[in-house]
Design a protein around this ligand. Structure first.
Ligand SMILES: N[C@@H](CCC(=O)N[C@@H](CS)C(=O)NCC(=O)O)C(=O)O
Length: 212
């Protein structure tokens, strides 16, 4: 298997899932803004949609969409408990989180990541994203992780996204960072996830250990 990924992007979640499951995959680094693969090849020739993550399976076929790739990998190692079993109510709870993270948090960040181009739209998008994080904070009350006591792929995904809100460049360039100081549950959860050995390995690999 090969994972096309970009440092610090949403594909970080997939790297965490690979580390947590112990599944072996070759990592191929992509410049997600220039759409170039390490070495300079055109990434669009591999993925015409141009985005990461992308998983190349051993039969040469591709699996797209982060939340689906994460489920595929976690389902290969049920003993890792990163996904509840198919058909259970808990599985639907996981899907509920994944859909929320994709549509409300991941895509909610886009105007902030491109704040100069987005202009005044940031004034609408930032409070909306902050309200979503405040909701997450309330959901984390009395819980170790998003689904309860067990770390799942939803935590891996949210961790990668939350890192954007904490990134210093977001504040210095656009003042578009998220203020987490009043979100105590999110902050405690973030540290809990960050301290997992698998997550530490990924942050070290991505050169982000000191910055997030
Ligand atoms: N629908 C895709 C979106 C992935 C996505 O937004 N990837 C970003 C990095 S976090 C990217 O590669 N952007 C470059 C581009 O869209 O050209 C998924 O959920 O996997």
């Amino acid at each position: 298997m090969k994972l096309y990924h970009a440092t610090g992007s949403c594909s970080q979640a997939i790297r965490i899932v690979l580390e947590e499951t112990g599944i072996d995959a070759q990592w191929i680094s992509v410049d997600a803004r220039k759409h170039l693969i390490e070495g300079g090849a055109d990434y669009y020739a591999v993925n015409e949609l141009g985005y990461v993550p992308l998983l190349e399976l051993d039969d040469g076929s591709y699996l797209r969409e982060g939340p689906v790739i994460a489920q595929y990998l976690a389902d290969q190692r049920p003993e890792s408990q990163l996904t509840p079993v198919h058909g259970s109510m808990e599985r639907y709870r996981l899907l509920e989180w994944l859909n929320f993270l994709t549509s409300e948090i991941h895509k909610g960040f886009i105007p902030l990541l491109y704040a100069v181009a987005a202009g005044k739209y940031v004034d609408t998008a930032k409070p909306k994203l902050e309200s979503r994080f405040a909701w997450v904070d309330r959901q984390l009350s009395g819980r170790q992780f998003l689904m309860g006591d067990v770390f799942t792929i939803a935590d891996a995904y949210l961790f990668a996204l939350t890192g954007w809100g904490k990134a210093a460049w977001m504040k210095s360039v656009y003042n578009a960072d998220i203020d987490f100081t009043s979100l105590g549950n999110v902050q405690a959860w973030y540290e809990r996830v960050r301290n997992r050995p698998a997550v530490q390995r990924v942050l070290r690999e991505e050169g982000l250990l000191g910055s997030r």
